[in-house]
Design a binder for this molecule. Structure first.
Ligand code: TNX
Length: 533
């Protein structure tokens, strides 16, 4: 045996010498370059990268089982953008792309988790639910070159072989958009949903009403949008979502595993409704202190905490009942947010308890800003903590963590950024502040990054406030605390620069992050009017 090997290797050496010296050059087969480890965000729970590549072939077949159809369509779209051909089959063991949905995997992978393995044979994606499959595909998407976000790829895609087992730390991974002070419509919100989904976020809270504007059509009270929809903060945009648009947005979001949470802020922050229906005020407008505006005048300023319903007037409950009833009817998710922030009134607690029970009458679960937990609310209510100072009177209330010092992204990216709030943190809320969240409180169900829009008047500005800090919020919601490291996160984040650019996101180029080469700088703040004008 040994001798055979010896003579074989001698033969090889001889051939090499001959071919080098000879006129004919024999090309060694081109080895596929190993792609570098993809910079995945959020960081998965467990990843093992192999030192091998999987080259996506020209002809592909996707086979799915269970409820894997939607996922196979997402995958088909991704592969088509990679310029390869794809056929899909609803059957088990075939093809180089296998998608398996099996509810019994919930025990190991959780509700939203997935397992992704990339080997010589191709790609196998497993999950208990459609959400898990969707997230497996988002992970795959981040392994494709960033240009795929903009155009059809021309070169072959090579994936790094890997085994990934992943599931989120928290069930609630949200953002909040204040569409009330300045309106952001269906197109922007759909884009926002796309961006959230790419980073595995799953809750979009819309702050639909405030002193400066009312943004959702209520058929029983049409003046809310006819009058209140025309208002906005100074230089902000007015407008509203029709019920059709709201449904459309919810379907679009649900297909991406995102549930919309509508907020009707009450009993304060309510001037847009008070202007539309003056009968909701007390005589002489004693519910407006000071009287910064009185109906039919619009309120376009920035102040908070000066307007409220006339809480001794029983008619307001007719309004609350109708509005919550209609919202419950058109809302697909299980939650209605009743606001409840920043207002003092002897009848405040009574109001909150009533509003909470109205929400439940319509089969939904109430969410409120943390102040509502000063009242004896139902134990199912979810409190959204923003300053963290209220001690709930109800034990073990579930909470969403939105602490302003970490998650109020209307605050500056860096000290001194123009047109930002600074009441919570003078120097702004840095990327690192957002990333530094940690909680072992068993009642915390997750995190939500909020942007209030008093000073956020254009799409570009809203992009600048959310991104990249919302990516940090996505990772603190998904990846467990012990796996997170800020320096390492910044390195992965920088590698997303090209992808964010390909998606035309006007993200803030956070100093200290290597964002890669700027090919073309988008027109920053192109439709922004300076506040000083
Ligand atoms: C506080 S936090 C508010 C909003 C403002 C925001 C500005 C909370 C529940 N209410 O009304 O827009 O500060 O940062």
């Amino acid at each position: 045996m040994k001798n055979i090997f010896k003579s074989f290797s001698l033969f090889l050496i001889a051939t090499m010498v001959l071919s080098c010296g000879g006129t004919e050059q024999v090309e060694a087969p081109q080895a596929t370059a190993l792609p570098e480890e993809p910079a995945l965000i959020p960081l998965p729970a467990q990843v093992s990268w192999e030192s091998k590549a999987y080259v996506i072939p020209q002809q592909n077949t996707i086979c799915y089982t269970g409820e894997g159809k939607e996922a196979s369509q997402w995958l088909e779209a991704l592969l088509s953008k990679a310029g390869v051909t794809v056929a899909t089959q609803a059957s088990g063991d075939c093809g180089n792309w296998k998608i398996e949905q099996d509810a019994s995997l919930e025990g190991t992978l959780g509700e939203e988790g997935y397992q992704l393995s990339i080997t010589d044979d191709g790609v196998l994606l497993k999950a208990a639910s459609q959400a898990g499959l969707f997230y497996g595909i988002q992970t795959l998407r981040q392994m494709f070159p960033p240009e795929i976000e903009k155009q059809q790829l021309e070169s072959q895609v090579v994936l790094r072989q890997a085994l990934i087992e992943d599931q989120p730390e928290f069930a609630w991974r949200g953002t909040m958009v204040d569409v009330a002070r300045s309106f952001f419509g269906l197109d922007y919100l759909k884009r926002h949903v796309d961006r959230m989904a790419m980073y595995k976020m799953n809750r979009l809270h819309l702050h639909l009403s405030d002193d400066q504007g009312w943004r959702i059509e209520i058929k029983g009270w049409p003046k809310l949008t006819e009058v209140g929809g025309k208002a906005s903060v100074r230089r902000g945009r007015a407008g509203f979502l029709t019920q059709e648009e709201y449904k459309d947005l919810q379907d679009y979001a649900l297909a991406r595993n995102i549930i919309i949470i509508p907020e009707i802020d009450m009993p304060g922050h309510i001037y847009a409704a008070l202007m539309s229906y003056p009968e909701l005020n007390c005589d002489d407008y004693t519910n407006l202190t000071p009287k910064r505006a009185t109906p039919p005048e619009m309120f376009q300023d920035y102040n908070v905490g000066w307007s409220k319903f006339c809480l001794e007037n029983p008619e307001i409950y007719e309004f609350v009942n109708d509005v919550i009833g209609e919202m419950a009817e058109i809302t697909k998710g299980p939650w209605i947010h009743i606001g409840g922030d920043e207002i003092e009134d002897p009848r405040y607690k009574e109001f909150v308890v009533k509003a909470d029970s109205i929400v439940q009458t319509y089969g939904k679960t109430t969410i409120g800003w943390e102040e509502v937990t000063k009242a004896e609310v139902s134990s199912s209510l979810i409190s959204q903590r923003w300053h963290g100072k209220v001690e709930s009177v109800v034990k073990d209330i579930k909470t969403i963590h939105s602490l302003c010092s970490q998650l109020y992204l209307d605050h500056a990216n860096i000290p001194g950024q123009e047109n930002t709030n600074n009441w919570c943190k003078k120097d702004g809320v840095s990327l690192e502040d957002t990333y530094s969240f940690n909680s072992d409180d068993p009642n915390v169900i997750g995190v939500e990054a909020a942007v209030w829009s008093e000073f956020v008047l254009s799409d570009e500005m809203l992009d600048n406030r959310f991104w990249p800090r919302a990516i940090a919020a996505a990772e603190i919601g998904w990846t467990s605390g012990e796996k997170r490291n800020y320096d390492e996160f910044k390195q992965r984040l920088g590698k997303h620069g090209d992808r964010l650019r390909a998606l035309d996101i006007n993200f803030y180029r956070t100093p200290g992050v290597d964002w890669g080469t700027e090919k073309a700088v988008p027109g920053i703040f192109s439709n922004f009017i300076p506040l000083s004008e």
